[in-house]
Design a protein around this ligand. Sequence first.
Ligand SMILES: [Zn+2]
Length: 344
Amino acid sequence: MKVLIFVSALSLVGSCATKRYTEKIQDIKDNIKFEDVNQINNFANTITADELSKNVYAFSSDENQGRKTGTLGHHNASSFLKKYYIKEGISSPLGTDNYYQNIPESFFTNEIKNSQNVVAFIKGSEFPNEILIISAHSDHLGTIDNIIYNGADDNGSGTAAVMEMAQAFKIAEQKGFGPKRSILFLHLTGEEEGLYGSRYYTEHPIFSIENTIANLNIDMIGRVDKLHENNPNYIYIIGADRLSTELHYISEAANKQFTNLVLDYKLNSESDPNRYYFRSDHYNFALKGVPVIFYFNGEHADYHQPTDTADKINYPLLEKRTKLIFTTAWYLVNSPKRIIADKR
Ligand SMILES: [Zn+2]
């Protein structure tokens, strides 16, 4: 009898706690509402497969010699990005025409020369001090034995996605729908060498880390892995729920409202042996307590091979995935309240 009472008391506690948790999650979900869906769709639709394709081809072209950090090829790629932002009328947070966060040679090991993160900025209208960072690494493996590693998926795809989103947010601003919070578009260097660019940024932030509301990081989103050959309408979401419950549900709500991709959480499992959560630039932001999402298509036969070329990218799929990130970002910068990192 005693045992029985004990058990039922325990199960009572258990069910109350569960109910409270369920209610909390329901509250979070109920609070996520996209205002003006048509308007958001209008701006999302400025992100097109055609423009993404144009930028992936240009960025991963042989001219950039595989973009190894600190080489002429990577400097050329950085210059390409800078010219793009100037052309689009998107400013730098560092002032006038200085789009480079320079990283000295001494910060690198392995004989890597000085390099740079490329930064562009749209200022928020209501909460300008709160910053969303949308990032993608710009470097790749370079030229080895005279063979160019173009890195079209890794990470021409993420780079082109950032460029298109910046343009879409700029068009929105010009039409009177500028973001309420600020957005930093961040092209990171030195990722392939060991996440140098993101570590440099988080150690020398342009805007304080405390005011950085989230980091959406993109590394390879233009291809399909073996597991999804028969259903390419997917993207792996990694890290979204690790620091902020809310961020995970915002990402789900954006997808449900706008893109209807299958959000695959397999690689987000803490027991996943690949440990992707630790392997791209978002991790340096997560280490500082900034909620992150890492968008990734998974590995494929051309991963880190000279055959990762622009002709193999699925551009309509790249467009759809970019729209998911754009609409998630839209919510994060326009929601009435800054997201909470409840699991920090
Ligand atoms: Zn990469």
